[in-house]
Design a protein. Structure first.
Length: 340
């Protein structure tokens, strides 16, 4: 009798799920991406030789997912990566004047100005482009504005206990015209270190930035810049606060990028870009930790849904906090992508 009840319950659950799925519109999609690059690392040590490597791998940002529409008000999306990791998973409620989102998606500050494909479509993220990633949040979107309350990113600075009672808050606005766009964004987070020699100490983080782009016929230009404090504590890039000599020492950061391109045809686009990011502890005598990247690539569509992107690039790690050269990195190769 118990087995019969379990079987009937399972049938009822499958039936309920099937009915719900049939009522919704599921539009599945996938993107398989493969990297084939030769790389050379120079660690700036005269006593060691350059290290050459072949990167031949399925990119970590290959994905499969679906956009879901239940009705004019309720929808959602999911997206999984190559390691069955949750990239996106959220539901939306359209209330007419705007949209409420709950789940995990890109934070309001995220934009993609570059199409640099090395490092699993690195896009100059954290190399000139501020990037806060995909995070768990509640977000409100209205008339070009986005405001989100995001799961805070807490680092146990100095090994002390932490206390976090507020979410990370972030907002952005995007204005788009016929041949141009303008973005602005800002974010703030705070949490406390408990039990330090000077009592509770606050670790505050913020970011302010923006960008713009314009098309000139087949040519396009995009630029962006940001400034931040303790961005690693915030959950983006590098440069974290430290606790030294009974006080919190902040880490200041900023970055900028520029991208230019030319659409030679519907099948071919040429693009070049440059990104620079720097961070520095807020103490006398400190030295900026700077990293820059240059690249040029060509995106060529073989057939709709299948394209390749040959790219060559150079990353310079500049100097460390002690002023010693950190070396550089060059790469050349091809990204393959099939969208289905």
């Amino acid at each position: 009798m118990k087995k019969l009840i379990v079987i009937l319950a399972a049938i009822a659950m499958v039936g309920a799920f099937t009915a719900t799925s049939m009522a919704a519109e599921w539009n599945f999609y996938g993107s398989s991406r493969f990297a084939s690059f030769y790389t050379t690392l120079d660690d700036a040590n005269p006593a060691t030789e350059d290290v050459n490597n072949l990167e031949w791998q399925h990119q970590t940002n290959a994905r499969i997912g679906a956009n879901v529409k239940v009705n004019d008000q309720i929808g959602g999306r999911f997206e999984m990566g190559t390691t069955n990791n949750k990239r996106l998973l959220y539901g939306t409620y359209n209330f007419g004047g705007g949209e409420l989102l709950i789940g995990q998606t890109y934070t309001p500050s995220v934009s993609f100005y570059s199409n640099s494909v090395y490092n699993s479509d690195g896009d100059l993220l954290n190399l000139g482009q501020f990037y806060n990633g995909r995070k768990e949040m509640i977000q409100l979107k209205m008339a070009g504005f986005k405001v989100a309350l995001i799961k805070p990113n807490v680092i146990a600075t100095g090994g002390f206990d932490t206390e976090s009672v507020l979410p990370e808050i972030e907002g952005a606005y995007k204005f788009k015209g016929d041949n141009f766009f303008v973005d602005v964004y800002a974010g703030y987070q705070t949490y406390d270190l408990k039990g330090t020699p000077t009592g509770d100490e606050s670790v505050d983080s913020y970011v302010v930035g923006g960008g713009a782009g314009m098309d000139f016929g087949p040519m396009f230009v995009k630029i962006g810049a940001f400034m931040a404090k303790n961005q690693e504590n915030y959950g983006a890039g590098s440069g974290a606060a430290t606790y030294v000599v009974n006080k919190v020492v902040d880490n200041d950061a900023y970055g900028y990028l520029a991208v230019v391109g030319f659409k030679a045809s519907d099948a071919m686009t040429i693009e070049a870009g440059y990104g620079d990011t720097r961070n520095e502890p807020d103490v006398d005598g400190s030295i900026e930790d700077e990293t820059t990247q240059y690249y040029i690539n060509l995106s060529y569509t073989i057939t709709p849904g299948f394209f390749v992107v040959p790219e060559i690039g150079y990353i310079d790690f500049k100097e460390d906090a002690a002023g010693a050269e950190e070396g550089d990195f060059t790469y050349a190769g091809l990204k393959w992508q099939i969208n289905f």
